[in-house]
Design a binder for this molecule. Structure first.
Ligand code: ADP
Ligand code: ADP
Length: 225
C-alpha cells in the first residue's frame, strides 16, 4: 500500500495570493478524485505534490518520506496523463514508447521491450503498435496516454480532466482501464466533472478557495454532487 500524506499545507504565491490554506489529506491506493470549481486550487495542489511548488507551510510525505525535503523520492515515481494530446512525432506508437522509456531511465533494452509490450497489452493497443499515434482516434490516444504515464512503473499517476473530449463509449472504456490500473498505485484525478468522480473514485475531496470543504467516499456525497 502507498500513502501520500498532506499535512497542514498552505501555499502563498509570490504576489501574495493564498492558493492553499491549511490543507490535510491522506491518499492511498486507488483513484482519488479532487473536485472543485475553476480557481479552487486543484492545480496548485497538484504542483505542490509533484514538487513544482514548495508549500509555504506544512509537510508532504510519501510512504513516510518527506518529499518536500527529498523531492526526488517522489519525482522518480510519478507518471502524468495530460488532458490533451496535440502533437506527436512521426514515429510508431511502439517507437515513441521506446524513446520515452529511455528518457524515463529504463536502461535495459529487453526490460524496456517487456515493459512496453505489457503496457500495450494492458491498454489494448498491441495490434496498432506500428501505427503512428497521430492517426489514432481520441480514445486510442487517451489509452496511449495511459501507457505513456505508466512507463517506468510509477507509484503515483496524476490525471487531469481525463475524459474531456471523449464520447460516452470511449469514456466508459477509459474509465474501466483506469480502474484496473489503480489497484496497486495512487491515481489522483483532478476534475470538475462530478460524473467522473462518482463513476471512478474510491476516495475524494472537494476543494473550494484553497480549502478542503469535505472528503471521504464518493458514495457518501452522491446526493450532494
Ligand atoms: P484550479 O486548478 O482549481 O482551477 P488553480 O490552482 O489553478 O485552481 O488556481 C487557484 C488560484 O491561484 C487562482 O485564483 C489562480 O489565479 C491563482 N494562481 C495560480 N497560479 C498562480 C501563480 N503562479 N501566481 C499567483 N496566483 C496564481
Ligand atoms: P534497433 O534499431 O535499436 O536495432 P530494432 O527496431 O531492431 O531496434 O528493434 C529491437 C528490438 O525491439 C526488436 O528485437 C524487438 O524486440 C523490439 N521491437 C522493435 N519494434 C517493435 C515493434 N513494433 N513491436 C514489437 N517489438 C518491437
Amino acid at each position: 500500500m502507498n500513502t501520500l500524506k498532506i499535512d497542514n499545507v498552505s501555499l502563498v504565491y509570490s504576489n501574495g495570493y493564498k492558493a492553499l490554506t491549511a490543507l490535510n489529506l491522506e491518499i492511498n491506493n486507488g483513484i482519488f478524485g479532487l473536485l472543485g470549481p475553476n480557481g479552487a486550487g486543484k492545480s496548485s495542489l497538484m504542483k505542490t505534490i509533484v514538487g513544482l511548488q514548495k508549500p509555504t507551510e506544512g509537510s508532504i510525505s510519501f510512504n513516510g518520506v518527506d518529499i518536500v525535503k527529498n523531492p526526488l523520492e517522489i519525482q522518480k515515481r510519478l507518471g502524468f496523463l495530460p488532458q490533451y494530446f496535440g502533437v506527436y512525432p512521426k514515429v510508431s506508437a511502439y517507437n515513441l514508447l521506446e524513446h520515452l522509456a529511455k528518457l524515463k531511465g529504463v536502461q535495459n533494452k529487453e526490460q524496456r521491450h517487456d515493459q512496453i509490450m505489457n503496457l500495450l497489452e494492458k491498454v489494448n493497443l498491441t495490434d496498432v503498435r506500428n501505427k503512428e499515434v497521430h492517426t489514432f482516434s481520441g480514445g486510442m490516444k487517451q489509452r496511449f496516454g495511459v501507457a505513456q504515464a505508466l512507463l517506468g512503473a510509477p507509484k503515483i499517476v496524476i490525471v487531469d480532466e481525463p475524459t474531456a473530449g471523449l464520447d460516452p463509449e470511449e469514456r466508459n472504456r477509459f474509465n474501466t482501464l483506469l480502474s484496473a490500473i489503480s489497484e496497486d498505485i495512487i491515481i489522483i484525478l483532478s476534475t470538475h466533472l462530478v460524473e467522473d468522480v462518482r463513476n471512478l473514485c474510491s476516495q475524494m475531496a472537494i476543494i473550494k478557495k484553497g480549502q478542503v470543504i469535505s472528503q471521504g467516499s464518493p458514495r457518501a456525497y452522491v446526493h450532494q454532487l
